[in-house]
Design a protein around this ligand. Structure first.
Ligand SMILES: Cc1cc2nc3c(=O)[nH]c(=O)nc-3n(C[C@H](O)[C@H](O)[C@H](O)COP(=O)(O)OP(=O)(O)OC[C@H]3O[C@@H](n4cnc5c(N)ncnc54)[C@H](O)[C@@H]3O)c2cc1C
Length: 474
């Protein structure tokens, strides 16, 4: 049984079904997809927030392949992002971050050496921080005691370099600025995305609505593989049995099923793929999370993301995606294809704002005014364009708050309860709260659940040793 139909739950259910189990997926909402979803407005489709992945997100890419969606979220052939800065005139300053043919970490060397938004001295000092990040050991717990910002400052990075370069990558990946982000999470992103394989940071994103890309396709594949999917099915409790519990040092509780709509539904194994605050409520008191000694997963906090979607009567943005500095805009995407708007009728753009604590409480009209003005400063074609429609989407708990001290709060998939496993982007994946982390966690929990169910019923068997989602690739 899998509780929660976000990416972690969908991939857990798929892995269990592929492993030969009879799977029941229970999702509280009337739709699947969790934190990735779309809504309709005036005949067009808008996503709750722009979702981007990198070529190094191997588990997420396998998930897309498995559900037949890879072709609808293509990767760039090679990383190329224009970074635009308003100049006050008709010609904003544009400097490209794109990779060349050299091996990592030199693939961005030429872009960074000529990066026009930093002075020469700042550019010369970038290499020092790159080398220092490369030397970090991701398994070192000390990395989670410091912010990425203070690490960068210690390695010669000026406030301008942090704002105009480092934050461009930290914000969309850790969902916080470097000043707040844990060095552990930022180091994971930079080492995996930029310092190992040269093509690891090539970007991909959906050209169809997220609900189609994930929820609808995954549900089709799940149903055709024999999985029972119940939407609008809120799990209110997990059922535990202590009479058949293991002896000696083994678990003292066994999960036997869950309660939905007042009814108990039994299962050989349960994967809880719900947000961290819900998981904490469903775990038995005294056994909440694997690291209850240092705090609980409920302490992981939250970080918001806000998107401002604008429909123009003409093309205003000449790029698929652009980043901005010296502007309230962080990233802006051409979402015309996924919105369903005919390009002959105009252009849809989505401004994505990560770490959006300040923007989250603002009134929609204030945000629309601020961001349409900012778009006009960055992209002169927008100055004469008419805004046909605009809508703001906000997610106050888009991700957990990846500050120092959070690593120990993220539990492994195995709990102290036999037959009960945890999945979710917030669990101990080594990744920030991302689609990649969610899928990895689901696959790892499924492997453990299959082992339990297989032992119970002599059914499916999987290899042992999967302690952490990071090991799934093996
Ligand atoms: C606006 C936004 C932008 C983002 N951008 C990116 C990005 O660019 N790149 C990236 O990699 N990641 C991004 N993320 C993060 C990414 O979407 C999440 O990390 C990931 O989707 C989380 O998946 P999950 O399955 O762990 O959790 P969720 O998606 O939260 O799924 C949990 C599910 O459990 C269900 N549930 C809760 N309680 C119960 C219950 N009692 N019974 C049954 N079901 C229950 C919920 O309804 C939900 O469907 C973004 C997130 C947001 C919100």
């Amino acid at each position: 049984m899998v509780v929660g139909g976000g990416l972690a739950g969908l991939s857990a259910a798929l892995s269990c079904a592929d492993g030969g189990a009879d799977v029941l997926l229970l999702e509280r909402k009337p739709r699947l997809g969790g934190a990735t979803w779309s809504f309709r407005r005036n005949g067009l489709s808008f996503d709750n927030g722009q979702h981007v992945y990198m070529r190094c997100c191997t588990a997420y890419r396998r998930f897309l392949e498995r559900i037949g969606s890879a072709g609808d979220a293509p990767l760039q052939e090679r990383l190329a992002i224009p970074v635009v800065r308003p100049t006050g005139g008709d010609a904003p300053a544009v400097s490209w971050i794109r990779r060349n043919d050299l091996p990592a970490p030199l693939q961005l060397g030429s872009s960074l050496a000529t990066y026009a938004h930093l002075g020469v001295a700042d550019r010369l000092r970038l290499g020092r921080a790159v080398l220092a990040i490369r030397r970090l050991h991701l398994s070192d717990p000390a990395l989670d005691t410091e912010t990425f910002g203070s690490f960068l400052a210690r390695h010669g990075q000026s406030p301008a370099a942090i704002e105009r370069l480092w934050d461009l990558i930290t914000l969309p990946t850790v969902n916080l600025r470097a000043a707040e982000a844990s060095l552990a999470l930022a180091a994971k992103v930079f080492q995996t995305g930029l310092l190992t394989e040269p093509d690891a940071a090539d970007l991909g994103w959906a050209r169809v609505p997220l609900s189609t890309l994930h929820a609808e396709r995954a549900e089709q594949v799940l149903r055709s593989s024999g999985t029972t999917v119940h939407r609008s099915a809120k799990v209110s409790a997990v059922r535990y049995d202590d009479s058949s519990a293991g002896t000696g040092s083994g678990p003292s509780l066994v999960a036997t099923g869950v309660v939905v709509d007042g009814e108990t539904v039994e299962a050989d194994a349960v994967v809880l793929a719900v947000p961290h605050d819900v998981a904490e409520e469903l775990l038995p008191r005294g056994q909440r999370g694997a690291r209850a000694d240092v705090g609980s997963a409920a302490d992981l906090g939250r970080s918001p993301i806000v998107d401002v979607h604008v429909v123009y009567d003409r093309t205003v943005l000449g790029y698929d995606v652009a980043a901005a500095v010296g502007s309230p805009v962080q990233y802006v995407f051409d979402t015309t294809a996924s919105s369903g708007l005919d390009p002959a009728d105009g252009q849809c753009v989505a401004v994505s704002i990560s770490g959006a604590d300040a923007e989250h409480g603002e009134r929609p009209e204030v945000l629309v005014e601020r961001y349409t003005r900012a778009i006009a400063q960055l992209f002169p074609a927008a100055r004469d364009a008419k805004v046909v429609d605009a809508v703001v989407s906000r997610e106050h708990a888009a991700t957990f708050r990846g500050i120092p001290g959070t690593a120990v709060l993220r539990p492994r998939p195995a709990t102290e309860v036999a037959g009960l496993f945890l999945a979710g982007a917030w669990t101990d994946t080594g990744w920030p709260a991302t689609m990649e982390g969610a899928v990895r966690s689901g696959v790892a929990a499924a492997a453990l659940a299959l082992r339990t169910a297989g032992n119970e019923r002599g059914g499916p068997r999987v290899p042992g040793g999967l302690e952490r989602p990071e090991e799934v690739d093996a």
